[in-house]
Design a protein around this ligand. Structure first.
Ligand code: ACO
Length: 334
């Protein structure tokens, strides 16, 4: 193993221009702006126009991240795409993005850890770079969730939006980059959140009375309880591994599923509100794209300074969860 530190060199994102507001949803299902804001914190979501493939969002986010890193597509050695809603099972979204950005030297594959996908991908990418196998890895979290949302089901359709977030990872000086990480999976709890694909059980059919079988179904309160505990415990564990406490960090960038989940975890960790990055009022739940989009916004708004200590933490389908402790150090390419 090379003794090198791996960090984020560049970030990018794409949010489709069309908006779906709480008031729009009031016309589609029996809900209200007041209920959605109070129970989730969400006000609007971006939705990709029908007929446009979802991976095109990732192409735009990827180009911005590569440019932000001061690289060209030809420099990229590997593309990992995280997604819950691929346009095709084959070709992978990663290959579609590789083709469209002209990353001719890159290997490419998709990875699915649901909303935890970005955290899993960063940890995987880090291994490729640390071993010296690859120099620059592009991660694109590409989530066209409107494509797997049943807009007749008020329990889920108020939650999801479309977006892509991207980062380029590479070597950074030792004081920056990823310091500790932890990944978990709980397959025994997977039945609490399902999106059928090539096999649909009778139970999955019954849970989707509108007949849209390839849509998200979840036991909201089971996932909620898991989420608060998973975000709290993963953050505590990764900080403990780094010899830090929640009070030592400058910012926590959590998966954006529900403001009550985020606030619940922050309260248990005794982290002040001003250290919590929340964007879900404008994006809804964008699954694995939540963290890279939030990181891109925080970076471009100047909310992240080199040397800031951060935790990225997510939970999601699988069920899965994970956290990364790292020191921000962009434009510090080695
Ligand atoms: N508008 C109005 N009322 C609603 C709506 C709505 N959109 N949705 C549900 N309700 C009703 C319910 O029917 C229920 O009514 P009842 O008491 O008459 O039965 C009442 O509101 C309360 O329902 P709960 O499900 O208990 O509402 P809760 O406060 O738990 O909020 C929510 C539901 C927002 C789904 C919450 O449970 C949650 O955020 N869970 C976690 C979801 C999550 O994070 N998933 C992540 C995975 S996403 C992925 O991987 C793609």
């Amino acid at each position: 193993m090379h003794d090198l530190s791996v960090g984020i060199l560049g970030t990018g994102m794409f949010l489709p221009p069309d908006l779906l507001t709480n008031h729009d949803l009031e016309k589609m299902v029996d809900t209200s702006d007041e209920w959605i804001v109070r129970r989730t914190g969400m006000k609007q979501r971006h939705i990709l126009k029908e007929g446009i493939p979802s991976y095109t969002m990732g192409v735009e986010a990827a180009k911005l991240a590569i440019e932000d890193a001061g690289l060209t597509p030809m420099d990229i050695d590997l593309i990992i795409v995280t997604t819950e809603a691929p346009d095709f099972l084959s070709p992978s979204m990663a290959c579609l993005i590789q083709r469209d950005i002209g990353a001719k030297n890159a290997a490419a594959f998709d990875m699915n850890a649901a909303c935890t996908g970005f955290v899993y991908a960063v940890v995987a990418a880090k291994q490729f770079i640390k071993t010296g196998y690859y120099r620059y890895v592009l991660i694109v979290s590409n989530e066209g969730l409107s494509r797997i949302t049943d807009y007749k089901n008020r329990n889920t359709c108020i939650l999801f939006g479309d977006a892509a977030g991207a980062v380029v990872l590479g070597e950074v000086p030792g004081e920056y980059g990823i310091k500790e990480s932890i990944l978990y999976s709980y397959g025994d709890l997977g039945h609490n959140l399902t999106i059928p694909c090539c096999y649909i059980s009778e139970e999955d059919k019954e849970r989707r009375p509108s007949g849209m079988y390839r849509s998200v179904w979840q036991d909201g309160s089971e996932v909620f309880t898991f989420a608060v505990r998973a975000m709290t415990d993963s953050t505590k564990k990764v900080l403990e591994m780094a010899g830090k406490t929640p009070q030592d960090i400058d910012m926590i960038i959590p998966h954006q599923a529900n403001i009550r989940i985020i606030n619940g975890a922050a309260k248990r960790l005794k982290i002040d509100d001003d250290k919590v990055m929340a964007i879900l009022d404008k994006t809804g739940n964008i699954s694995s794209a939540s963290i890279p989009v939030a990181v891109d916004i925080a970076s471009r708004e100047g909310r992240l300074k080199n040397g800031d200590s951060l935790v990225m933490v997510a939970f999601g389908g699988g069920l899965t969860c994970g956290a990364i402790y790292f020191i921000w150090g962009k434009n510090q390419r080695h």
